[in-house]
Structures are given as C-alpha cells and as structure tokens.
Design a protein around this ligand. Structure first.
Ligand code: BEZ
Length: 387
C-alpha cells in the first residue's frame, strides 16, 4: 500500500483503486531518454532503476495502466537530442518522456515537448531555461536547478570565512550555471571569485588547470563535474597535492555515486545537495533497502530523482484517471502535491521545479554524510517563465 499526498490531503493508493480508475485504458508507453553510455552512463542507469523501483512498488501499473518502456541512449549528445526525442514521440508513439541528465540535451528535448505538448518529466538536468523561458504546462522537473546547490555551497564557504575562490568546470550550461550560483552565494557573503576556469565537455585533461590553481593559491576551489569526469577530477586534484592546502568543494554531484572510484582522494570533502547517504528517515531507509535489494547497488541522488519522476507521473495520472491528455488536471494535481520523496518531502513550484532543502554533506568513507542544512526550502527564480 502507498500513501500519496495531494496538498493537505493524504490519499491511500491501493492496487484495487488504481484498477478501478483505468480499467479500459491501454498500457502507458514511457520513453526513457537517458545516457546509457559515456561519462554520465551511471547516472542514466540509476535514474532508470529508481523509476522502475517505484513502478514495481505499485505492482507494475500506474493509475491502473500497465507500463511499457522504450529506451534511447542519448549519449549526452545535444546534436542528436532533437532527432532522438522526435523518434520517441512520432515513431514510437510514447505517452510520456522521462529524460535526461545533460542540460544541453534536456533543453533540446524541452523545445520539442513544448511544441508538441508531449508530457516530459526531467529527472536530472538542471538547466535554468527549463523552468525559465522554456517552461510549459507539460514539462516538470524532479531534480533541481543548476544554480541551487552552487548558491548553497557559496553561502557556506563565505560563512566559513574563505575570502578568495577559483572555479573549474565543463563549459556547458550545467557547469556555467553551477559556478554562477556559487559565485552569487559566495560574493553575497563577502567572498570574491577571482578566476573561472573551464574545459570542453566531457574532457578530463585537467593538468593545465590544476597548475593554474597551484600558482594562484585561492582559499578554496569550487567545481562542477559529475559521473566519470568527477571521479577523475577529484583523484587528479588529490594526486597534485592540492587537497592538502586548498579545499575542493562543489555541488554534491562531485561526490555522489562516485565514492567507490574516488576512494581516499574524496575524504573530508564538503558538498551541498538535496540528498545524502545518512538521512536515516523511515522513508529513506525503506527506499535504500528496497533499491539495494533490487539492484545490488547503493542508491544515489540520481536514483532518488528517477524514483520521484515516477511519483510525479503517478500523482498526475491518478488525478486524470490515467488519461495523460488531460494536461490541466495533471498539472493542477502535481503543483498541489507534496511529494513524499526519500530526500524528504518537497513541493513543486509554479514553474514546475522542486522547492526543497539543500543539505551540507561531508565525505566519510563511502558515504556523503549530512552534517547540516546549507539552504532551507530553496526555490529557483523561474526568471522568464510565462505560463
Ligand atoms: C546537467 O547537465 O544539468 C547535470 C549533469 C550531471 C549532474 C548534474 C547536472
């Protein structure tokens, strides 16, 4: 049995009520457009696992509709994104698209979803534009906006008394927006970002940039990398001996789902994110146990975001009795809901982004341990969103 909360009201969702809702509807075709290869492959797989886990908990059906999947490996390649999503919509006739990880790919997907009216739930990519100028009634995000964890970490770094910073990231939307968020939080607190270094996505040739850091000696370095790139960057930073004198901080993506590969190099690092490994709530403990049992892996933030994408889809579909074409009713239900996430409950803003707490975490062994709240109930600005 599952509880789903709509606004102030809690509704018990049983398998039998689901069946009554949508007895005559055909299976719901879900298009999973995710990176199943490349530097973000582990992220894509975790999202897919999380989504499947929630559907399994509902007995394989949402609002009484059987779920079938069509999967596309988007390769984190923006130049292929429009073709890939068009194939899902026009050739495969999916009812809803879940994707993706990479902000550049997600922006192309959002344009198509907005034009065609296809329901799109974004389980990671944080591009500002998606809940800004590209916002639409049929586009939702179960994750975050790129600037949010950066801003939270900037505030923390300033409060800790650091005065100068350098940033290093990939030069695409997620990296740029993440370091801008950090700069905003850090400089508001009295710090100064002296230099912003970048390299092309998904490059991992960090040596020249690390030499610049060593020469400039800032008080602190803030970096956005994720997946395979994050593993390599954190290890290279430590191998250059920089972690002894210049603390490396970042959004939690720098150390989430990566600690197995980073090992000693990540120990003690501070990051901020909307999830951590020791929340120790009943909800999260049950989720973590079920995920580990099903996939023989520990969950990470990406698994949670996939799981919550399925929860958001369920909330919308229950309100429309399984009819995904009823976009007004779907939207109204999702915006009124309190999503019972393993990360902690969150609500969805008018621009369709989670309003949520950002935790301050520290790496201890193989865990990102929550050691405090970096920012409470942070909402994104939704600048440019006219819905
Ligand atoms: C992004 O491209 O938006 C992104 C990728 C990986 C982790 C977080 C954000």
């Amino acid at each position: 049995m599952k509880w789903i909360k709509f606004g102030a009201t809690a509704v018990v969702l049983t398998l039998s009520t689901q069946v009554i809702h949508a007895q005559n509807l055909p299976p719901l075709k879900v298009g999973m457009m995710l990176p199943y290869s490349g530097t973000f492959a582990a992220l894509g797989n975790a999202i897919d696992n999380g989504f499947q886990l929630y559907v399994k908990e509902l007995g394989g059906k949402i609002a009484g509709r059987e779920i079938t999947y069509v999967r596309v490996d988007d390769e984190s390649e923006p130049s292929k994104a429009t073709d890939n999503i068009n194939k899902l919509i026009k050739r495969d006739n999916v009812d809803v698209v879940i994707g993706t990880v990479h902000s550049g790919v997600a922006m192309a997907m959002a344009k198509v979803a907005k034009d065609t009216g296809t329901m799109l739930i974004i389980p990671n990519a944080g591009a500002n534009a998606i809940t800004g100028p590209l916002c639409a009634k049929n586009i939702f995000r179960s994750s975050f906006t790129n600037g949010q964890p950066g801003y939270a970490m900037g505030e923390v770094a300033a409060k800790k008394g650091y005065k100068t910073a350098m940033t290093i990231t990939w030069n695409y939307a997620a990296g740029e927006e993440s370091v801008k968020g950090f700069q905003e939080g850090f400089e508001k607190g009295g710090g100064k970002v002296n230099k912003m270094l970048t390299l092309p996505f998904p490059g991992v040739e960090f040596q020249a940039l690390l030499t610049e850091v060593a020469a400039a000696k800032p008080d602190i370095v803030y970096s956005f990398f994720a997946g395979g790139g994050a593993v390599k960057f954190v290890k290279d930073y430590a191998a250059a001996g920089l972690n002894k004198s210049i603390p490396l901080v970042g959004p939690g993506f720098l150390t989430d789902g990566t600690l197995e590969g980073q090992g000693e190099a990540a120990q003690g690092m501070l990051t901020s994110l909307h999830y951590g490994d020791n929340l120790n709530t009943k909800r999260d403990n049950e989720f973590r146990l079920a995920y580990a049992k099903q996939f023989k892996l520990q969950p990470d933030v990406y698994a949670v975001q996939g799981y919550d994408a399925a929860q958001m889809l369920t909330i919308g579909l229950l309100a429309t009795k399984g009819d995904i074409s009823k976009k007004d009713e779907f939207e109204k239900a999702v915006v009124a809901a309190k999503v019972d996430s393993p990360r902690g409950p969150f609500t969805i803003s008018k621009a369709h982004n989670p309003i949520q707490d950002f935790y301050l975490r520290q790496v201890v062994g193989k865990e990102n341990k929550v050691i405090g709240i970096a920012s409470k109930s942070l909402a994104d600005s939704a600048r440019g969103c006219n819905m």
